[in-house]
Design a protein around this ligand. Structure first.
Ligand code: DAH
Length: 341
Protein backbone atom coordinates (compact mmCIF):
# COMPACT_ATOMS: atom_id res chain seq x y z
CA UNK A 1 0.00 0.00 0.00
CA UNK A 2 2.89 2.29 0.82
CA UNK A 3 4.31 1.37 -2.54
CA UNK A 4 1.03 2.47 -4.19
CA UNK A 5 1.10 5.81 -2.41
CA UNK A 6 4.68 6.49 -3.52
CA UNK A 7 3.69 5.74 -7.12
CA UNK A 8 0.74 8.14 -6.95
CA UNK A 9 3.10 10.80 -5.57
CA UNK A 10 5.69 10.23 -8.23
CA UNK A 11 3.20 10.16 -11.14
CA UNK A 12 1.41 13.28 -9.98
CA UNK A 13 4.63 15.24 -9.65
CA UNK A 14 5.72 14.30 -13.15
CA UNK A 15 2.25 15.06 -14.61
CA UNK A 16 2.14 18.45 -12.88
CA UNK A 17 5.22 19.64 -14.72
CA UNK A 18 3.44 19.35 -18.04
CA UNK A 19 0.23 21.11 -17.05
CA UNK A 20 -0.10 24.45 -18.84
CA UNK A 21 -3.65 25.55 -18.07
CA UNK A 22 -5.91 25.77 -15.06
CA UNK A 23 -8.53 23.41 -16.41
CA UNK A 24 -6.12 20.49 -16.76
CA UNK A 25 -4.67 21.36 -13.36
CA UNK A 26 -8.12 21.15 -11.79
CA UNK A 27 -8.73 17.74 -13.40
CA UNK A 28 -5.40 16.38 -12.24
CA UNK A 29 -6.12 17.68 -8.74
CA UNK A 30 -9.42 15.81 -8.40
CA UNK A 31 -7.87 12.70 -9.93
CA UNK A 32 -5.02 12.52 -7.40
CA UNK A 33 -5.70 14.40 -4.15
CA UNK A 34 -9.40 15.22 -4.58
CA UNK A 35 -12.19 13.80 -2.38
CA UNK A 36 -12.68 10.83 -4.67
CA UNK A 37 -9.09 10.79 -5.88
CA UNK A 38 -6.44 8.08 -5.84
CA UNK A 39 -5.15 8.79 -2.35
CA UNK A 40 -8.62 8.60 -0.87
CA UNK A 41 -9.18 5.33 -2.68
CA UNK A 42 -6.00 3.87 -1.22
CA UNK A 43 -6.98 4.97 2.27
CA UNK A 44 -10.39 3.31 1.92
CA UNK A 45 -8.64 -0.02 1.84
CA UNK A 46 -6.64 0.69 4.97
CA UNK A 47 -8.97 -1.65 6.90
CA UNK A 48 -7.39 -4.62 5.13
CA UNK A 49 -4.08 -3.97 6.82
CA UNK A 50 -2.89 -5.24 10.13
CA UNK A 51 -3.80 -2.78 12.92
CA UNK A 52 -0.16 -1.89 13.72
CA UNK A 53 0.60 -1.09 10.07
CA UNK A 54 -2.34 1.32 9.64
CA UNK A 55 -0.92 4.42 11.41
CA UNK A 56 2.24 4.42 9.30
CA UNK A 57 0.27 4.25 6.03
CA UNK A 58 -2.23 6.87 7.20
CA UNK A 59 0.58 9.22 8.23
CA UNK A 60 2.42 8.75 4.95
CA UNK A 61 -0.80 9.37 2.98
CA UNK A 62 -1.32 12.68 4.77
CA UNK A 63 2.28 13.75 4.18
CA UNK A 64 1.97 12.99 0.49
CA UNK A 65 -1.39 14.79 0.24
CA UNK A 66 0.10 17.90 1.92
CA UNK A 67 3.18 17.81 -0.27
CA UNK A 68 1.03 17.48 -3.40
CA UNK A 69 -1.34 20.28 -2.35
CA UNK A 70 1.66 22.59 -2.08
CA UNK A 71 2.91 21.45 -5.48
CA UNK A 72 -0.55 22.13 -6.98
CA UNK A 73 -0.77 25.65 -5.62
CA UNK A 74 2.76 26.43 -6.80
CA UNK A 75 1.86 25.16 -10.25
CA UNK A 76 -1.34 27.24 -10.18
CA UNK A 77 0.53 30.48 -9.55
CA UNK A 78 3.02 29.67 -12.31
CA UNK A 79 0.16 29.08 -14.79
CA UNK A 80 -1.59 32.31 -13.68
CA UNK A 81 1.46 34.48 -14.17
CA UNK A 82 2.10 32.84 -17.51
CA UNK A 83 -1.49 33.57 -18.62
CA UNK A 84 -1.22 37.18 -17.45
CA UNK A 85 1.96 37.67 -19.44
CA UNK A 86 0.31 36.14 -22.50
CA UNK A 87 -2.78 38.38 -22.31
CA UNK A 88 -0.58 41.46 -21.83
CA UNK A 89 1.36 40.51 -24.90
CA UNK A 90 -1.77 39.97 -26.96
CA UNK A 91 -3.30 43.29 -25.93
CA UNK A 92 -0.08 45.22 -26.18
CA UNK A 93 0.02 48.58 -28.02
CA UNK A 94 2.32 48.81 -31.00
CA UNK A 95 4.18 51.99 -30.23
CA UNK A 96 5.69 52.09 -33.69
CA UNK A 97 2.30 52.69 -35.38
CA UNK A 98 1.90 56.25 -36.72
CA UNK A 99 -0.28 58.47 -34.49
CA UNK A 100 -3.61 59.94 -35.41
CA UNK A 101 -3.32 63.71 -35.41
CA UNK A 102 -5.89 65.92 -33.74
CA UNK A 103 -7.39 68.69 -35.86
CA UNK A 104 -6.66 72.03 -34.23
CA UNK A 105 -8.14 75.40 -35.00
CA UNK A 106 -5.95 78.11 -36.45
CA UNK A 107 -6.01 81.87 -36.50
CA UNK A 108 -7.68 83.42 -39.51
CA UNK A 109 -5.10 84.77 -41.98
CA UNK A 110 -6.46 88.29 -41.48
CA UNK A 111 -6.02 87.93 -37.70
CA UNK A 112 -2.46 86.72 -38.20
CA UNK A 113 -1.71 89.79 -40.32
CA UNK A 114 -3.35 92.13 -37.81
CA UNK A 115 -1.29 90.69 -34.98
CA UNK A 116 1.91 91.24 -36.89
CA UNK A 117 0.86 94.82 -37.52
CA UNK A 118 -0.09 95.42 -33.85
CA UNK A 119 3.27 94.10 -32.74
CA UNK A 120 5.24 96.49 -34.93
CA UNK A 121 3.20 99.51 -33.90
CA UNK A 122 3.37 98.46 -30.25
CA UNK A 123 7.16 98.47 -30.47
CA UNK A 124 6.92 102.06 -31.68
CA UNK A 125 4.69 103.04 -28.75
CA UNK A 126 1.25 102.93 -30.41
CA UNK A 127 -1.58 101.48 -28.33
CA UNK A 128 -4.67 99.78 -29.77
CA UNK A 129 -7.82 101.87 -29.46
CA UNK A 130 -11.22 100.31 -30.17
CA UNK A 131 -14.12 102.34 -31.52
CA UNK A 132 -17.63 101.34 -32.63
CA UNK A 133 -18.56 99.82 -36.01
CA UNK A 134 -21.96 101.53 -35.97
CA UNK A 135 -21.61 105.31 -35.95
CA UNK A 136 -23.56 108.40 -36.79
CA UNK A 137 -23.22 110.38 -39.96
CA UNK A 138 -21.66 113.19 -37.96
CA UNK A 139 -18.68 111.13 -36.74
CA UNK A 140 -18.12 109.17 -39.95
CA UNK A 141 -18.22 112.31 -42.13
CA UNK A 142 -19.04 115.74 -40.70
CA UNK A 143 -16.47 115.89 -37.90
CA UNK A 144 -13.87 114.57 -40.37
CA UNK A 145 -14.33 117.73 -42.35
CA UNK A 146 -16.97 116.40 -44.77
CA UNK A 147 -20.16 118.36 -44.15
CA UNK A 148 -23.48 117.18 -45.59
CA UNK A 149 -23.47 117.19 -49.41
CA UNK A 150 -19.68 117.40 -49.49
CA UNK A 151 -18.67 115.66 -52.71
CA UNK A 152 -15.92 113.70 -50.90
CA UNK A 153 -18.63 111.62 -49.24
CA UNK A 154 -18.94 109.92 -52.61
CA UNK A 155 -15.53 108.35 -52.02
CA UNK A 156 -17.34 105.78 -49.89
CA UNK A 157 -20.56 103.97 -50.76
CA UNK A 158 -22.31 103.74 -47.46
CA UNK A 159 -24.55 101.21 -45.71
CA UNK A 160 -27.23 103.26 -43.95
CA UNK A 161 -29.39 101.71 -41.25
CA UNK A 162 -33.15 102.19 -40.97
CA UNK A 163 -32.43 104.70 -38.22
CA UNK A 164 -31.95 108.19 -39.59
CA UNK A 165 -28.30 109.29 -39.59
CA UNK A 166 -26.92 105.94 -38.28
CA UNK A 167 -24.62 103.95 -40.54
CA UNK A 168 -21.91 101.29 -40.65
CA UNK A 169 -18.56 103.04 -40.63
CA UNK A 170 -17.06 103.25 -44.11
CA UNK A 171 -13.57 103.68 -42.67
CA UNK A 172 -11.82 103.58 -39.30
CA UNK A 173 -11.18 107.35 -39.37
CA UNK A 174 -14.23 108.20 -37.14
CA UNK A 175 -12.31 106.36 -34.40
CA UNK A 176 -9.90 109.33 -34.44
CA UNK A 177 -12.75 111.57 -33.26
CA UNK A 178 -13.71 109.21 -30.40
CA UNK A 179 -10.09 108.92 -29.29
CA UNK A 180 -9.32 112.65 -29.47
CA UNK A 181 -12.50 113.55 -27.61
CA UNK A 182 -11.54 111.09 -24.89
CA UNK A 183 -7.90 112.17 -24.51
CA UNK A 184 -7.70 115.88 -25.42
CA UNK A 185 -5.67 117.82 -24.45
CA UNK A 186 -3.31 114.93 -23.66
CA UNK A 187 -1.10 113.68 -26.51
CA UNK A 188 -2.21 110.42 -28.19
CA UNK A 189 -0.35 107.74 -30.09
CA UNK A 190 -2.71 104.95 -31.16
CA UNK A 191 -3.71 102.54 -33.87
CA UNK A 192 -7.39 101.86 -34.51
CA UNK A 193 -7.95 98.49 -36.15
CA UNK A 194 -11.39 97.29 -37.13
CA UNK A 195 -13.88 96.20 -39.73
CA UNK A 196 -15.24 98.70 -42.21
CA UNK A 197 -18.24 98.34 -44.53
CA UNK A 198 -18.89 99.51 -48.07
CA UNK A 199 -21.99 99.19 -50.17
CA UNK A 200 -20.17 97.92 -53.19
CA UNK A 201 -20.42 95.21 -55.80
CA UNK A 202 -18.62 92.15 -54.43
CA UNK A 203 -15.87 91.09 -56.81
CA UNK A 204 -12.53 89.34 -56.61
CA UNK A 205 -11.00 92.69 -55.66
CA UNK A 206 -13.66 94.30 -53.48
CA UNK A 207 -15.73 93.06 -50.57
CA UNK A 208 -18.61 94.49 -48.52
CA UNK A 209 -16.45 94.34 -45.41
CA UNK A 210 -12.73 94.39 -44.77
CA UNK A 211 -10.24 95.48 -42.14
CA UNK A 212 -8.53 98.79 -41.85
CA UNK A 213 -5.81 99.83 -39.46
CA UNK A 214 -5.95 103.53 -38.74
CA UNK A 215 -3.19 105.39 -36.93
CA UNK A 216 -3.14 108.68 -35.08
CA UNK A 217 -0.48 110.69 -33.32
CA UNK A 218 -1.34 114.08 -31.81
CA UNK A 219 0.96 116.24 -29.72
CA UNK A 220 3.01 119.40 -29.72
CA UNK A 221 5.40 119.92 -32.60
CA UNK A 222 4.53 116.84 -34.66
CA UNK A 223 5.59 117.43 -38.26
CA UNK A 224 5.40 115.87 -41.69
CA UNK A 225 8.90 114.44 -41.20
CA UNK A 226 7.56 112.48 -38.21
CA UNK A 227 4.90 110.99 -40.44
CA UNK A 228 7.45 110.04 -43.08
CA UNK A 229 9.94 108.61 -40.59
CA UNK A 230 7.30 106.63 -38.72
CA UNK A 231 5.73 105.18 -41.85
CA UNK A 232 9.16 104.31 -43.22
CA UNK A 233 10.08 102.53 -39.99
CA UNK A 234 6.85 100.56 -40.14
CA UNK A 235 7.26 99.60 -43.81
CA UNK A 236 10.84 98.47 -43.25
CA UNK A 237 9.76 96.15 -40.46
CA UNK A 238 6.71 94.89 -42.25
CA UNK A 239 7.95 94.56 -45.83
CA UNK A 240 11.69 94.25 -45.23
CA UNK A 241 14.63 96.64 -44.90
CA UNK A 242 15.43 96.74 -48.60
CA UNK A 243 11.94 97.52 -49.87
CA UNK A 244 11.77 100.98 -51.46
CA UNK A 245 8.89 103.28 -50.64
CA UNK A 246 7.56 106.61 -51.83
CA UNK A 247 5.14 109.31 -50.71
CA UNK A 248 2.79 110.69 -53.35
CA UNK A 249 0.70 113.86 -53.09
CA UNK A 250 -2.97 113.07 -52.61
CA UNK A 251 -6.13 114.45 -51.10
CA UNK A 252 -8.27 113.49 -48.13
CA UNK A 253 -10.69 115.96 -46.51
CA UNK A 254 -9.40 115.11 -43.00
CA UNK A 255 -5.69 115.67 -43.66
CA UNK A 256 -3.71 118.57 -45.02
CA UNK A 257 -1.34 117.96 -46.65
CA UNK A 258 -2.31 114.42 -47.68
CA UNK A 259 -0.20 111.65 -49.14
CA UNK A 260 -0.51 108.14 -50.41
CA UNK A 261 2.25 105.70 -49.56
CA UNK A 262 3.52 103.13 -52.03
CA UNK A 263 6.07 100.37 -51.72
CA UNK A 264 8.04 98.80 -54.49
CA UNK A 265 5.96 95.90 -55.83
CA UNK A 266 6.73 92.83 -53.72
CA UNK A 267 5.97 90.45 -56.56
CA UNK A 268 8.15 91.91 -59.32
CA UNK A 269 10.56 94.01 -57.17
CA UNK A 270 9.58 97.09 -59.12
CA UNK A 271 10.07 95.60 -62.58
CA UNK A 272 6.38 95.88 -63.46
CA UNK A 273 3.82 93.08 -63.48
CA UNK A 274 0.08 92.70 -63.75
CA UNK A 275 -0.40 92.97 -59.96
CA UNK A 276 1.17 96.44 -59.85
CA UNK A 277 -0.34 97.21 -63.24
CA UNK A 278 3.16 97.69 -64.68
CA UNK A 279 3.90 100.69 -62.46
CA UNK A 280 6.34 98.81 -60.17
CA UNK A 281 4.53 100.26 -57.10
CA UNK A 282 1.81 99.10 -54.71
CA UNK A 283 -0.24 101.45 -52.60
CA UNK A 284 -0.21 100.51 -48.90
CA UNK A 285 -1.74 103.49 -47.07
CA UNK A 286 -3.32 106.90 -47.17
CA UNK A 287 -1.95 109.41 -44.68
CA UNK A 288 -1.39 113.05 -43.88
CA UNK A 289 -1.22 115.78 -41.28
CA UNK A 290 -4.46 115.94 -39.30
CA UNK A 291 -6.56 118.84 -40.66
CA UNK A 292 -6.94 121.76 -38.19
CA UNK A 293 -10.73 121.45 -38.40
CA UNK A 294 -10.50 117.78 -37.36
CA UNK A 295 -8.13 118.63 -34.49
CA UNK A 296 -10.57 121.24 -33.25
CA UNK A 297 -13.51 118.78 -33.55
CA UNK A 298 -11.49 116.37 -31.45
CA UNK A 299 -10.97 118.99 -28.74
CA UNK A 300 -7.42 120.17 -29.50
CA UNK A 301 -6.31 123.74 -30.19
CA UNK A 302 -4.77 123.51 -33.69
CA UNK A 303 -2.52 126.50 -33.01
CA UNK A 304 -0.82 124.46 -30.25
CA UNK A 305 -1.28 120.86 -31.34
CA UNK A 306 -0.58 119.02 -34.55
CA UNK A 307 -0.62 115.41 -35.60
CA UNK A 308 -0.47 112.84 -38.32
CA UNK A 309 -2.85 110.05 -39.30
CA UNK A 310 -2.82 107.11 -41.65
CA UNK A 311 -5.10 104.33 -42.81
CA UNK A 312 -4.17 101.02 -44.38
CA UNK A 313 -5.90 97.84 -45.52
CA UNK A 314 -4.24 94.69 -44.20
CA UNK A 315 -6.13 92.20 -46.41
CA UNK A 316 -4.41 93.53 -49.44
CA UNK A 317 -0.92 92.90 -48.16
CA UNK A 318 -1.99 89.43 -46.95
CA UNK A 319 -3.23 88.69 -50.47
CA UNK A 320 0.02 89.83 -51.96
CA UNK A 321 2.15 87.93 -49.51
CA UNK A 322 0.31 84.63 -49.98
CA UNK A 323 -0.60 85.02 -53.65
CA UNK A 324 -4.35 85.02 -52.87
CA UNK A 325 -6.18 86.13 -55.97
CA UNK A 326 -9.71 86.56 -54.68
CA UNK A 327 -10.61 88.70 -51.64
CA UNK A 328 -13.90 86.80 -51.25
CA UNK A 329 -12.01 83.87 -49.71
CA UNK A 330 -11.45 85.91 -46.55
CA UNK A 331 -15.07 85.90 -45.42
CA UNK A 332 -16.31 82.86 -47.33
CA UNK A 333 -15.49 80.58 -44.36
CA UNK A 334 -14.24 77.81 -46.59
CA UNK A 335 -12.07 75.56 -44.43
CA UNK A 336 -10.10 74.38 -47.44
CA UNK A 337 -8.84 77.96 -47.74
CA UNK A 338 -8.52 78.74 -44.03
CA UNK A 339 -6.62 75.57 -43.16
CA UNK A 340 -3.74 76.57 -45.37
CA UNK A 341 -2.55 79.25 -42.96
N1 DAH B 1 -10.00 106.76 -44.34
C1 DAH B 1 -9.31 106.60 -45.60
C2 DAH B 1 -10.00 105.57 -46.50
O1 DAH B 1 -10.79 104.83 -46.00
C3 DAH B 1 -7.89 106.20 -45.39
C4 DAH B 1 -7.10 107.28 -44.74
C5 DAH B 1 -6.43 108.20 -45.50
C6 DAH B 1 -7.03 107.38 -43.37
C7 DAH B 1 -5.68 109.19 -44.94
C8 DAH B 1 -6.26 108.37 -42.77
C9 DAH B 1 -5.61 109.29 -43.58
O2 DAH B 1 -6.17 108.52 -41.46
O3 DAH B 1 -4.88 110.28 -42.97
O4 DAH B 1 -9.75 105.54 -47.65
Amino acid sequence: MLQQLEEIRQQTIVALENVLDLETLQALHSQSVGKKGQITQVLRMIGQLLPDERPRVGQRANEIRQELEIAFSERESIIKSYELARSLEEGAIDVTLPGRSIATGKLHPATQTLRRIYKIWAEMGFQVYRSPDVVDDETNFTLLNMPAHHPARDMWDTFYTTQEGILLRTHTSPGQIYAMQEYAPEPVRIILPGMVYRYEQVTARSELQFYQVEGLAVGRGIRMTDLKGTMTAFARRYFGEERKMRFRCSHFPFTEPSVEIDIECILCDGEGCNVCKYTGWLEIAGAGMVHPVVLRNGGYDPTVFSGFAFGMGPERSTMLRHGIEDIRYFWGNDLRFLEQF
